[in-house]
Design a protein around this ligand. Structure first.
Ligand SMILES: Cc1cc2nc3c(=O)[nH]c(=O)nc-3n(C[C@H](O)[C@H](O)[C@H](O)COP(=O)(O)OP(=O)(O)OC[C@H]3O[C@@H](n4cnc5c(N)ncnc54)[C@H](O)[C@@H]3O)c2cc1C
Length: 457
């Protein structure tokens, strides 16, 4: 490298900001640019549903670092309201456009980080472009939704997709007094996190709270002139003025594709263990890439802030001259819905079957504190093991408390590649008001171990 290293990062969300922080730590003198088409620097997308519910009072609270942090502490050139239009890989430059003035300019780079994230997929539903149809990805998406909600005559909101975002929005809107109908094409809610036997616990709770859920059903049409007036579901016309599409997000790869960077079979940017793309000096991180999954040993978009942040660190370090490896993901994820903490690590039984992994599982319910102690809460655990290797490949927890900390423990077990027998006897801390003598995770591991040995004999 001759002279000062020039690093350009496209995207200023979780992955982009972490990449900038790590690039600065790795190379104190580099010139760093971050390009973002947003008007704000990184903010928590994960917090958007809680602004809708009113638990978080404004969008500004979601901003992670003030602009000063980028400019003064990190000493990076933050270019907000700016779109990266194209990448010239032979010239090593990015053409950017100021979205306010329309001015275009070229930025030269020595290394480039693509942290372009993902965007809601446009579903093939008739009428999807009508006024009153929203997706939930950015602050402006939610600002438009909130504005729309101010002038409604129909209180019914239809949500397409019962994944994490669809369910979190359903709860937030019901807290605000709206009636919510969720339409999910698959057989059960939260399909990426939970198997149907576990998801049914949350499904039941949501219905008790007044949410209507139609699974195995798709939205046939959105009806209205310019604005949404009704939806067609199973041939029935249901009047509504609002449809929220929370079905699927696709990796944002147009820029990479145009630049000749390889895209994987699952639609994300292909990277190696250094998060380097098919073109030298171009790295990628976060929702735009296909992440290596530690269990299936396959790469697919994982699309969680958890992975985006860790990958941002690796990509930023390597763009600044380091050689760090991304170890792979354990897919650990959590949410809280209708008073239930829900957490998962690894893969579901359904995904294991799809991937051709022969697995077995056990479901147990145990208490989070000593059985005699007031306010001990039941927690349901599903533990999944690979029959051949006898190792844990997934876990799901649902309870009023303690789900996510146990999923984190399973993520560690997966990362450490420990056997089920080791998990069974794992020493977990115990005191009656805090946790039981045998942790619910140990109890599930013991039951699964017994099931596994009976299968082998
Ligand atoms: C409502 C909601 C709730 C969520 N809840 C959780 C949660 O609880 N836990 C969790 O782990 N994850 C959650 N997620 C997922 C998480 O937010 C994402 O995984 C994370 O934001 C990914 O970060 P990223 O930096 O890779 O991409 P993104 O956050 O998508 O950021 C990419 C940025 O790049 C910009 N960009 C793209 N192309 C260009 C271009 N050409 N020029 C300029 N800028 C460009 C985009 O505008 C965007 O600002 C949630 C997501 C949503 C929407």
């Amino acid at each position: 490298l001759n002279g000062t290293r020039k690093i350009v990062i496209i995207g200023c969300s979780t992955a982009g900001t972490m990449a900038a922080i790590q690039a600065r730590k790795t190379d104190r003198n580099a010139e760093i640019w971050i390009i973002s088409r947003e008007k704000y620097p990184e903010y928590s997308l994960c917090g958007l549903p809680y602004v809708v519910s009113g638990i978080i009072k404004d969008f500004k609270s979601l901003i992670v670092h003030p602009i000063d942090f980028y400019e003064k502490t990190l000493r990076v050139n933050l270019m907000l309201n700016t779109e990266a239009l194209s990448i010239n890989t032979s010239e090593k430059s990015v053409l950017v456009k100021d979205l306010i003035t329309g001015e275009e300019k070229k930025l030269k780079y020595d290394s480039l980080v693509l942290a372009t994230g993902a965007k809601p997929a446009s579903l093939p539903i008739k009428g999807i472009y009508k006024q009153g149809v929203f997706s939930i990805r950015t602050i402006s998406d939610v600002e438009s939704l909130l504005l729309h909600l101010k002038n409604l005559s129909s209180k019914l909101i239809v949500i397409v997709g019962a994944g994490l975002i669809g369910m979190e929005m359903a709860e937030s809107l019901s807290i605000k007094g709206y009636e919510v109908l969720i339409v999910e094409i698959l057989q059960e809610i939260l399909p990426a996190m939970l198997d149907p036997d576990m998801a049914s616990i949350v499904h039941k709770k949501a219905e008790e709270k007044g949410i209507k859920i139609l699974t195995g059903t798709s939205l046939e049409e959105i009806i209205g002139d310019e604005k949404v007036e009704a939806v067609m579901i199973k041939g029935k016309k249901i009047p509504t003025e609002t449809v929220i599409v929370a079905a699927r997000v696709n990796p944002e790869v147009e820029l990479a594709k145009k630049a000749g960077i390889s895209i994987g079979e699952m639609g994300g940017i292909k990277v190696n263990e250094y998060l380097q793309t098919s073109i030298e000096n171009i790295y990628a991180a976060g929702d735009c890439i296909e992440t290596f999954d530690l269990i299936s040993k396959k790469s697919f978009p994982i699309q969680l802030a958890t992975t985006a942040a860790r990958q941002g660190i690796i990509a930023g370090a390597n763009a600044a001259g380091d050689l760090k490896k991304y170890p792979g993901s354990t897919g650990v994820a959590t949410t809280k819905l209708f008073g239930l903490e829900i957490a998962t690590a690894g893969i579901t039984s359904s995904l294991a079957t799809k991937l051709g992994i022969k697995s077995t599982s056990i479901r147990t319910t145990a208490l989070t504190k000593a059985h005699y102690y007031p306010e001990a809460k039941p927690i349901t655990t599903k533990l999944i093991a690979d029959i051949k290797s006898k190792r844990i490949i997934g876990a799901q927890f649902i309870g009023e408390e303690g789900a996510s900390l146990r999923a984190n423990l399973v993520a560690l077990a997966i990362r450490a590649n420990i056997e089920l027998s080791e998990l069974e006897l794992l020493e977990t801390c115990y005191a009656p008001p805090v946790s039981p003598l045998w942790d619910p995770l140990s109890i599930a591991a013991q039951a699964l171990s017994k099931k596994l040995s009976s299968m082998i004999e």
